[in-house]
Design a protein around this ligand. Structure first.
Ligand code: AMP
Ligand code: ZN
Length: 465
């Protein structure tokens, strides 16, 4: 059997997945910054976390998945102030919208969604540990900074130039986001500024608020322990966010590793540029729905690309995904109609197809190959409809396309009387035995009962007269 292999950004190689505990896997995903509706680029990151979890579950692992809600940072404060709402009301509104988006594209909810504002005590404890250990210092304005020159392995994940660490003229950076060429001591605690509005907490260093990076470190370790298996996020978070998370956690845990596997999804692009709010080149799921599309078409769209490649979003490609999804659903509905409930119940999953599917998803989550395998099964008329149906429904545990809910305009098999189902089953075996005479007789009996049976490349199709 093909065991799961994942691309680890820490080693820059594809590695066999070896969990810390045998069957239990801890996953932390950087969650949404709730200052606006998610754009569909953000949703790519959450869909990626969903696929990671589904692939692990398909491999028989129990997954404990934690995703934070960033409800205090530079952006939430800036935009809640501008809106005139309290930080709490403002972020609650967008948290609610975030969950609606997850449901629209069938993302399985994480086990925990810790909010940053509810974990400030844990952040303060970590910051104090960093100060006590000599890794952080208090600045004149009573902010606290991490001294990146003290952490030897700084840059291990992102590969920043080590010379930066030795540079004494290296400054401090109080912003949450900055780029790799600007590696600087970063803010763990930001002293209160009047522009922070109602976002402040008491601390041993005075009133203020946490930096963004310590938020994830505190929430990840609170729920998953010091050392856990997988950390996910978009590629733009690799530096500085994830680099800083590691620097904080490894020190606070006395040198224990933090996450073993760092998985990063590539960007969703528009006209060759990263989709982002700041570039104002973004669409939300609402835009997709307002234009009359099924939001699940976006899920299908994402499955067609590998998570480590950039994907360009266009309305034409979304249309094409929607058409393909409709066809796949229609296939499922046909297979359901053409098989009786007990044949589906008794049917086994087609093993060669299962192995191809497993090989694809275990090859660093190759969802496009997995989707192609699903299509091969859907079209393979050498396999009985019940087996194809059962196999596709099984694959849907990973694909998440809600195939079982696919409906058909033709009579649904559950509406078909027992005796017609029985005759259909008989006819299926007669045809498998190439007993055409019996097959025709059975068709006549079915017609007498008020149903039409048609033979297609995909098996028998049944409809009411
Ligand atoms: P944010 O809400 O800004 O904290 O971002 C949430 C997640 O979306 C993070 O994992 C980001 O890396 C990810 N992200 C942001 N923009 C894109 C994009 N264009 N494509 C894919 N992921 C993105
Ligand atoms: Zn994070």
């Amino acid at each position: 059997m093909e065991n799961l292999k994942l691309y680890n950004s820490l080693s820059n190689t594809i590695q066999p997945f070896a969990p810390i505990k045998r069957k239990q896997v801890g996953v932390y995903s950087c969650g949404p910054t709730v200052y606006n509706y998610m754009h569909i680029g953000n949703l790519r990151a959450f869909m990626f976390a969903d696929i990671t979890k589904r692939v692990l579950q398909y491999n028989g692992f129990n997954v404990y998945h934690v995703m934070n809600i960033t409800d205090v940072d530079d952006k939430t404060i800036r935009d809640s102030n501008a809106s005139g709402m309290s930080l709490n009301d403002f972020t609650k509104k967008y948290t609610h919208e975030f969950f609606k988006d997850l449901d629209s594209i069938n993302i399985i909810h994480a086990d925990r969604y810790p909010r940053a504002t509810e974990h400030v005590d844990q952040m303060i404890t970590m910051i104090q540990d960093l100060i006590d250990g000599g890794y952080a210092y208090i600045s004149d304005d009573k902010s606290v900074y991490y001294d990146i020159s003290k952490y030897e392995k700084y840059g291990e994940l992102s590969g920043i130039d080590k010379a930066v660490l030795q540079n004494d003229t290296r400054g401090v950076n109080s912003a949450d986001e900055y780029d790799k060429d600007n590696a600087q001591d970063f803010a763990l605690w930001k002293a209160y500024d009047s522009s922070d509005g109602d976002a402040s907490w008491d601390s041993p260093w005075g009133r203020g608020r946490p930096g963004w990076h310590i938020e994830c470190s505190a929430m990840a370790t609170s729920y998953l322990g010091k050392h856990f298996d997988i950390h996910t996020g978009g590629i733009d978070l690799k530096f500085p966010h994830h680099e800083n998370e590691i620097a904080q956690c490894v020190v606070c845990s006395g040198g224990e590793p933090f996450a073993d596997y760092w998985l990063h999804n590539e960007h969703l692009m528009v006209d060759g540029k990263k989709m982002s709010k700041s570039m104002d080149n973004f669409y939300t799921l609402r835009d997709i729905i307002d234009r009359g599309h099924d939001p699940m078409a976006y899920r299908y769209f994402l499955l067609q690309g590998h998570y480590r490649t950039q994907i360009n979003f266009t309305w034409e490609s979304l249309n094409a995904s929607e058409t393909a999804l409709k066809k796949l659903r229609a296939k499922i509905a046909d297979l359901r109609s053409a098989s009786s409930w007990w044949s589906r119940l008794r049917a086994d999953i087609d093993q060669p197809s299962f192995l191809r599917f497993l090989t694809a998803i275990n090859d660093d989550m190759n969802t496009s190959e997995a989707l192609a395998t699903a299509w091969t099964v859907a079209k393979d008329s050498t396999l009985p409809p019940a087996i194809r149906y059962k196999t596709l429904i099984d694959f849907d545990r990973v694909l998440g396309l809600k195939l079982e809910q696919a409906t058909t305009k033709k009579s649904n098999s559950s509406d078909i009387p027992f005796d017609v189902e029985y005759l259909l089953k008989q006819r299926e075996s007669a045809r498998a035995d190439k007993n055409w005479q019996l097959s025709d007789e059975l068709r006549d009996k079915i017609t007498d009962l008020g149903y039409n049976v048609k033979d297609t490349a995909d098996g028998q199709e049944i409809s009411k007269n």
